[in-house]
Design a protein around this ligand. Sequence first.
Ligand SMILES: [Fe+2]
Ligand SMILES: [Fe+2]
Length: 191
Amino acid sequence: MKTTEKKEKDTSKKAAAKKGTIKAKSSAASGLNDLFEDSLKDIYWAEKALTKAIPKMVKNATSEELIDSLNSHLTETEEQVKRLEKVFEIIGKKATAKKCDAMAGLIEEGKSIMEETELGVVRDAGIIAASQKIEHYEIATYGTLRQFAETLGFAEAATLLEQTLDEEKGADLKLTEVAVSAVNIEAAEAE
Ligand SMILES: [Fe+2]
Ligand SMILES: [Fe+2]
């Protein structure tokens, strides 16, 4: 055995035994296909959860611009759920939702921000902050999913995922606009 070969073998053995390595569940993804499907289930759960969480934010928002942007993103989100169902269809899998801990946490954080602020501009600023964290999480997720779809040769699915990615980016920009144009300035004055 060549020295380099031996070295490689030793390193892989070491990697397997490395302390802190998490043991995979029996259902663990073994290929990119599985990982893609698992991630789709996560975001499918997340989008569905958002169709219930966004209306609660709307009820707590006071700025007209914020209410409008949340409502229009709610409509987009409902479409995104259907779009994901199409993606599942394309890959020949049943649309299934699996609890996404990250999104559950972000929604929970949004709830606490609302509890910790008085109704009005300050709560509006908090809702924007929480929503932007959600959008950024979605942007990261759809960026990855689109890439997975491309790598796996699901061109049509990649196009659909990119469409949603663009909507998430648009929603994030709109929230920044609302924050910059009115809400944050008023919130800063509302001491
Ligand atoms: Fe979304
Ligand atoms: Fe979104």
